[in-house]
Design a protein around this ligand. Structure first.
Ligand code: NAD
Ligand code: MN
Length: 485
């Protein structure tokens, strides 16, 4: 008789570590005016690999003097850059995109080591999407007048840009590509736990001969960001990160005449109707909340399931959870990598504790042994969640899902919209009419229908309410980097 197959046998994989070389220097400077230099006071910080807790490199911490130098360099580069024939600006963007593709494997490894995300995500999503943003905006550079017919489009000026650690290179691309296409110059500050891919992008700028000062990369932490935001020499500030810092920045620029776009947090609803294709919906739920360890501003962190299928969905979810491979992000089989930092891990753990104290039921399965070092959190979900529970209201930014049920579409809408955020939403149903009705009434910048967490450079992304304002991507995203007359 054939041996009975155990669940754990069914998902055995051979290890498949990504082993290509990727050189990392022991120290990185600030990229100002086309060259790397140390901070004015010599200050350094260390960036770790969150999967091993081992230091990867040290990087310079930009002081207010350095911010001033970077802004001056961007200001000096502006007149020539904006007067360049638009198709020449487009060519630089094309070259950057192609070079990113050529160096894609190296960038993917660096992204995974510095941030903890699975190599298959940085390889298949982060780096290709970053290249796509440069390609897409290369195409716009000489067509801006067609984007806004009847108006004359010119750059805003020097743009300060501050980005988070969840998609380090991709967020840099989202910010830099449209700014350059529109003839602006840039000072960009990466997040302090993930500065390495932005610094390597600066190498690409050198390789393609981008004129000095057009993009400056200023590493550092919150203080460096704050002094960039407050610098009188920038005409626009673009920020992606927490709602708390977004609120501070809104105050910083109030009354200065600076343009501002904010892409902040979310608590996005994923709504599953009983007429949905259930297995596909379960995949969508998994991708919605466990992609990038849940470090996704538009994560589908509130799941609403129609009551008649609640048990079926949660049962399938639990089975699917068991097959997710958690662990070494450099292994090509890994689905869930390391949490980006110890601080973020502590935040997630404290939300899990609170949820248990408030009476929700925790479902967490053991999917293999975790490495002894590193910041790990097994993916899980909570059932029995009440709308008043903390995990139904606050952004966790980790692989933790709050499952709730509903009876009617009206009830689903009311509860889905009952949040201070409004970044994204998902709808799963077989009925087109239901999709249109729900999508029109959901207060969210992006609504996915029978899919989740799909991105495209041609499609605008951004929020309502406390999720921020302004759009990135598409024709709408250009608007933030143009002065129209
Ligand atoms: P954060 O908002 O503090 O960091 C984002 C960026 O802003 C980083 O580059 C940081 O150095 C910079 N920054 C911090 N303080 C600043 C200040 N006062 N002035 C200017 N710049 C400043 O985010 P975090 O502390 O890393 O994460 C906290 C929470 O934020 C997370 O748990 C998550 O809920 C949320 N978050 C959201 C996103 C998103 O994409 N919307 C991204 C990261 C974090
Ligand atoms: Mn790091």
């Amino acid at each position: 008789m054939a041996k009975k197959l155990k669940f754990s046998d069914a998902w055995k994989y051979a290890e498949a570590p990504e082993s290509a070389p990727c050189a990392i220097a022991s120290e990185y400077g600030l990229f100002i005016d086309g060259d790397y230099r140390p901070a004015s006071d010599g200050g350094l910080m260390t960036t770790l690999n969150p999967a091993t807790e081992k230091p990867l490199a040290q990087f310079a911490v930009g002081t207010s003097q350095d911010v001033d130098d970077a802004v001056k360099s961007a200001r000096a580069a502006l007149p020539k850059w904006k007067r360049l024939p638009a198709k020449e600006r487009g060519k630089y963007l094309f070259r950057i995109a192609r070079r990113l593709q050529e160096r894609a494997r190296e960038f993917a490894i660096l992204e995974t080591k510095d941030g903890g995300k699975p190599i298959k995500e940085s390889r298949d999503v982060d780096i290709p999407e970053a290249a796509k943003h440069f390609f897409y905006h290369a195409g716009w550079a000489d067509k801006l007048d067609y984007a806004f017919p009847g108006r004359s489009a010119g750059p805003v000026g020097v743009c300060g840009q501050i980005i988070p650690w969840n998609f380090p290179l991709l967020m840099a691309a989202w910010k830099i590509a449209p700014a350059l296409a529109c003839g602006n110059t840039v000072v960009l500050k990466p997040a302090e736990t993930t500065p390495l891919t932005a610094l390597r992008l600066a190498e690409v700028f050198q390789e393609v001969g981008l004129p000095r000062g057009v993009v400056n990369i200023l590493t550092g932490a919150g203080e460096t960001g704050a002094s960039l935001a407050a610098h009188p020499g920038i005409q626009k500030l673009a920020f992606t990160g927490s709602t708390d810092v977004g609120k501070i920045l809104a105050k910083t620029v109030a009354g200065t005449g600076k343009r501002l776009t904010l892409e902040l947090g979310g608590k996005s609803p994923n709504i599953i109707f009983s007429d949905a294709a259930i297995d596909q919906a379960v995949e969508g739920i998994i991708n919605g909340i466990y992609f990038n360890q849940g470090h996704v501003c538009c994560a589908g962190s509130r799941l609403f399931v129609q009551e008649s299928i609640l048990e079926e969905v949660t049962t399938k979810l639990e089975i699917r959870l068991k097959s997710l491979r958690v662990g070494d992000p450099m292994d090509k089989n890994t689905d869930v990598g390391a949490i980006n930092s110890k601080g973020q891990l502590n935040t997630i753990r404290s939300y899990i504790r609170t949820a248990k104290e408030e009476g929700a039921r925790h479902c967490q399965v053991s999917n293999g042994k975790l490495p002894s070092k590193g910041y790990w959190c097994r993916p899980s979900f909570f059932t029995g969640v009440q709308p008043s529970h903390t995990i139904a209201q606050e952004e966790i930014f980790g692989p933790v899902l709050a499952v709730m049920s509903f009876r009617t579409p009206e009830e689903a809408l009311k509860r889905a919209n009952n949040t201070p955020y409004g970044l994204a939403a998902g709808i799963w149903t077989d009925k087109g009419a239901k999709i249109f009705e729900m999508a029109a009434r959901l207060k969210a910048g992006v609504v996915w229908c029978n899919t989740y967490n799909r991105f495209d450079a041609t499609s605008p992304f951004g929020g309502f309410k406390e999720s921020g304002f302004g759009r990135e991507g598409g024709r709408q995203g250009l608007r933030a980097y143009l002065e129209l007359v």
